[in-house]
Ligand binder design. Structure first.
Ligand code: HEC
Length: 230
């Protein structure tokens, strides 16, 4: 092997090395290669999988309102048996472990007389300015501790929205004036228009009193008293 051959080979080798190093440096700049935080490939599977799969259950917001119109108060009375250990629903409003629930729909939260509420529920009520409307009741009863964390109500929750709808349909009847169903609520009120009706008939009443004409003019006595003819 003569030296010129060696030199050529070494030069070629260094040349290749130089090119490789240059490529490496340049590509590092282009492709930002940083250490992955976790080993291996992250395989991301879109939730719900294939295109034909149903949307995830949680995606659908739980709306109680559409169910209320067809909910069954009788079934609701049955569901209420789960609550009866701790709550009364009669007009006395008596408290047990929990506050009396007479007239609960749309009642301001945490305001029932004589009941000592947890601070969690008092705070949630924002000083009693939040009302127990259908939505609040539905969410609370689905999972009391999740909705108002720290509540003293020791009840796991009614998972089935149908049960909650039936129960609320029952609870709304337990009031002097049952709270309107959400659909009725949305109906425009026409009563306001009526008030603009003109107040009529007022002027007529002040009919001028006709001064009675002196119809009874004194009949002029025939002055010509017949003189006695002589
Ligand atoms: C183990 C007893 C217990 C059971 C069972 C129970 N509750 Fe309660 N409930 C309570 C207590 C205690 C509170 C007061 C919670 C607080 O202060 O945090 C309460 C509060 C409430 C409130 C709020 C009342 C207000 O005045 O603001 C409603 C509404 C309610 N419960 C409905 C129900 C319904 C409907 C059921 C049945 C599905 C039920 N509860 C089951 C104990 C119970």
């Amino acid at each position: 092997m003569n030296s010129s051959y060696f030199n050529t080979a070494a030069g070629a080798f260094l040349g290749v090395l130089f090119v490789l190093m240059t490529l490496s440096i340049v590509s590092d700049g282009i492709f930002d290669t940083h250490e992955p935080e976790t080993e291996g490939f992250a395989i991301e599977v879109a939730e719900g999988g294939g295109a034909d799969s149903a949307p995830a259950e949680e995606a659908a917001p739980e709306e109680i309102a559409p169910l209320l119109a067809s909910a069954d108060p009788d079934k609701g009375a049955n569901v209420f048996k789960k609550c009866a250990a701790c709550h009364t629903v009669d007009p006395s409003g008596a408290n047990k472990v929990g506050p009396g629930l007479w007239d609960i729909v749309n009642r301001p939260m945490a305001t029932h007389e004589g009941f000592k509420y947890s601070s969690a529920m008092t705070e949630f009520s924002e000083g009693g300015t939040v009302n127990w409307d259908y939505d609040h009741l539905s969410h609370f009863l689905a999972s009391p501790k999740k909705y108002i964390s720290g509540t003293a109500m020791g009840f796991a929750g009614l998972k089935k929205i149908e049960d909650r709808a039936d129960l609320l349909a029952y609870l709304r009847t337990l009031a002097d004036t049952p709270a309107p169903l959400p659909t009725e609520d949305a109906a425009p009120t026409e009563a306001a228009e009526e008030s603009t009706a003109p107040a009529e008939a007022v002027e007529e009443s002040a009919a001028p009193e006709e001064p009675a004409e002196e119809s009874a003019a004194p009949a002029e006595a025939d002055a010509e008293t017949a003189e006695p003819a002589n």
